[in-house]
Design a protein around this ligand. Structure first.
Ligand code: F6P
Length: 549
């Protein structure tokens, strides 16, 4: 698909004309005139309910946005992705993370191979390993069961498994503690190694490429730490690898029998469904991991079959395009009202910004519209006491995605009602706001003098009209979490197609890596460094001085 300029499409022009009126809408009024607005602008699929009525859209807006999606070829690109076409054009790769969650036996041929059979073969090995660790059959070198699993990986080889393990901690194996080390900063690994014992620890070295500096350095240090007490021959009981690079795994000293493979058609940030999910399988068991995959598959099926008008990922994407490209929002705040989803905003940061943080189209031409907004956030009521002030009264309207599970997995009385009340109150406040007249009336009722009311009213006024989506799960389970993640994956995909970009490469991370290699060398060996700009030279000099003192 060649990416013609988005702004020259008929649908974009229609949306611009539409926006000329829409810019003056007040959501309060939209709710007042349409008592059915909640029903008209909400959808449910694969166990997820999406209320997008608190966005400044009408039916006409959504129809125009759907027309845009069609004109940009979303449906054809969706079919191409699921069929294994090489839609990652800069790397000439298929994009088939969806194939990882297809049930056994549904044949999908790629380059002459039935990848469904390959996927399930790895899944079976993964499940076998996970169950052995869980049951205590997999023992360390002293014959004791594993009590600590340390995942060493970064980016997609870290954010996904960590987020999912945290989200499902309520059903995790009670004997096995999960740890995640990602940062090359030795403080990360050092602090952890002080807390675990070599004889009962299993390290998973997770890296698609098995060349990533942070992961390789942490893995080497973990190996050296282990060998202070264990023998070389014991390594096989304590180190397993997840990678696409058999040679590098072997060179590192991990037996290929302890390696779980995946494929170049699985992007790092889309890899939690692959063997990269091994920590998840150990935490919640093979069955739990399969439920997680099944939940995502349910969302895939919905995404492939529902018309765009009723299609959750498409709706989320289109509302996002409206907010980003027409209303001009530069960021999205993600607010999970569930403590176990604390790492979900961080996970979405990589998913969205590494995928769609691009400035040229698929053909390399500069884009004429803004792409990925900044994704950020924290758990709901914690955020309320930190940055929600800015969401309500700051100068930049920031759309919010509220995410909640209706039923808790604890039995503490009253907490869930309080949590949900806060969640719903925030989106109501953002949408309705509070006018200066409403504030004045309230202060008058409290008996304040007119001059005091005039002084306070501007500070206590909320502009409102600030967009949000609310996503509700019945409860947080492997299946509903799988569906939630797949929903966002497809949202990002749809936006990428509309913007005309390749969402599946990440060249932007390369330059810093190359420069870091050179600087690392200079920090360790070079006497005086003048190869850089004055700032970088100066920083290197100061660091050398401190390191050599
Ligand atoms: O540097 C970015 C990146 O390539 C991510 O896309 C990826 O998830 C991460 O590094 C880790 O890569 P790997 O799994 O190959 O170690």
């Amino acid at each position: 698909m060649s990416a013609t300029d988005l702004r020259s499409t008929a649908a974009w022009t229609a949306l611009q004309n539409h926006y000329a009126h829409a810019r003056d809408w007040r959501m309060r009024d939209l709710f007042d005139v349409d008592t059915q607005r909640f029903h008209a602008f909400s959808e449910e699929a694969a166990g997820i309910f999406l209320d997008y009525s608190k966005n400044a859209v009408t039916r006409e807006t959504m129809d125009l946005l759907c027309a845009l999606a069609r004109e940009r070829g979303v449906e054809a690109q969706r079919a191409a992705m699921f069929a294994g076409d090489r839609i990652n054009n800069t790397e000439q790769r298929a994009v088939l993370h969806t194939a990882l969650r297809v049930p056994r036996g549904e044949k999908l041929m790629l380059d002459g191979q039935d990848i469904n059979a390959e996927v399930h073969a790895v899944l079976d090995r993964l499940g076998h390993c996970a169950e052995r660790v869980r049951s205590g059959d997999w023992t360390g070198y002293t014959g004791q069961a594993i009590t600590d699993v340390v995942n060493i990986g970064i980016g997609g080889s870290y954010l996904g498994p960590k987020m999912v393990c945290e989200a499902l901690r309520g059903i995790a194996h009670p004997r096995i503690a999960m740890h995640f080390v990602s940062n090359v900063d030795g403080h990360d690994l050092d602090a952890l190694l002080a807390r675990v014992k070599p004889e009962t620890t299993l390290f998973i070295v997770a890296s698609k490429t098995f060349t990533t500096q942070e992961t390789m350095m942490n893995a080497q240090s973990a190996r050296a730490w282990f060998l202070k007490t264990g023998e070389e021959a014991d390594l096989a009981r304590h180190f397993v690898a997840v990678s696409t690079n058999t040679q590098a795994v072997t060179d590192f000293g991990i037996d290929p029998a302890n390696m779980f493979g995946f494929w170049d058609w699985v992007g790092g940030r889309y890899s939690v469904w692959s063997a990269i999910g091994l920590p998840v399988a150990i935490a919640v068991g093979h069955d739990g991991f399969r439920e997680f995959l099944a939940g995502a598959h349910g969302m895939d099926q919905h995404f492939c079959s529902a018309p765009l008008e009723r299609n959750l990922p498409a709706i989320l994407a289109l509302v996002g395009i409206w907010n980003r490209n027409f209303l001009g929002s530069t960021s999205i705040s993600v607010a999970p009202y569930h403590q176990d989803l604390a790492s979900f905003p961080g996970y979405l940061e990589q998913l969205d910004m590494e995928s769609n943080g691009k400035r040229v189209d698929r053909d390399g031409a500069p884009l004429s519209v803004a792409t990925s907004p900044v994704i950020w956030g924290d758990t709901g009521t914690n955020g309320q006491h930190a940055y929600f002030q800015m969401l309500h009264q700051g100068t930049d309207p920031v759309p919010v995605d509220f995410i909640a599970a209706l039923r808790p997995s604890h039995a503490l009385a009253g907490h869930q009602e309080a949590l949900l009340a806060n969640c719903f109150a925030q989106s109501e406040a953002l949408m309705r706001g509070r006018t200066q007249d409403e504030v004045a009336a309230e202060l008058q009722a409290q008996g304040l003098a007119a001059d005091r009311i005039a002084a306070l009213a501007p500070h206590r006024t909320f502009p409102g009209n600030r967009p949000s989506n609310t996503l509700l799960l019945q409860s947080l389970t492997p299946a509903s979490l799988g569906a939630l993640i797949a929903l966002y994956e497809h949202k990002v995909f749809v936006q990428g197609v509309i913007w005309g970009i390749n969402s599946f490469d990440q060249w932007g991370v390369e330059l810093g890596k190359v420069l870091a290699r050179a600087i690392q060398n200079e920090l360790m060996t070079a006497p005086d460094v003048d190869a850089h700009d004055a700032s970088t030279n100066g920083l290197i000099a100061r660091a050398r001085e401190a390191l050599q003192a």
